[in-house]
Design a protein. Structure first.
Length: 213
């Protein structure tokens, strides 16, 4: 798979929490020559998410779709219906904590960011501070973040970008999380830019990055 080059990527963002990653992406879109994306929809599973306020302040339409009381299929169908009304080129998961069953029409169009170096410290229940606590418990000397294409397995799919940070002997989950997030702020816009430039080629489990023209 190769994406069409040199266009403004119409993007939807999924979130469940505070919206820091959304805020970072919005900041990037203010310079389309460096970050060729336009966010056209934000979907939250949490009606109290601060990310909704961030989106509204930026003039971005929002939808709330809660998971409680629904099967995975019902929940996923509701999300897909909202996406179908917008038909985004790309969907960015930004602290999205629910499982979305990706239909064929959106395969290869969804990317996620994870606060560790996948395939380590991923999977169901591994998010936020749980990840950083596990990294420290295992005595890792480096950590970082991973942007990858999402599939129908938690924290799985071809890796696009990874960035690393040292793990210090004095680190707490909070200090490590802060250091990793600074790299997330670089990695996610970079992955979106590569997608927009048509430089990502999926080859089985791998994502190959084409040279810049």
């Amino acid at each position: 798979m190769i994406h069409e080059p040199e266009k403004i990527v119409r993007t939807a963002v999924f979130l469940s929490g505070g919206g820091r990653t959304l805020e970072n992406l919005i900041r990037g879109t203010r310079d389309e020559t460096r970050f060729p994306a336009r966010i056209e929809l934000v979907i939250s599973t949490n009606p109290e998410s601060h990310g909704l306020a961030i989106a509204t302040a930026a003039g971005i339409p929002t939808r709330v779709i809660v998971k409680k009381g629904k099967t995975v299929e019902q929940f996923s169908d509701e999300i897909s219906s909202e996406l179908d009304a917008v038909r985004p080129d790309l969907i960015c998961l930004a602290g999205f904590l629910c499982f979305y069953q990706i239909p064929d029409r959106y395969q290869g169009k969804i990317i996620n960011i994870h606060p560790a170096l996948l395939p380590a410290f991923g999977g169901k229940g591994m998010y936020g501070h749980f990840v950083h606590e596990a990294v420290l418990e295992h005595g890792c000397k480096v950590s970082g973040c991973t942007v990858h294409f999402a599939d129908n397995v938690y924290d799985h799919g071809p890796i696009i970008v990874q960035r690393t940070v040292p793990v210090l002997e004095t680190d707490t989950p909070d200090t490590l999380a802060a250091r990793v997030f600074e790299q997330e702020k670089i990695a996610y816009p970079e992955a979106v830019r590569l997608f927009a430039q048509g430089r990502l080629v999926l080859e089985g489990k791998r994502c190959r990055i084409l040279p810049e023209k």
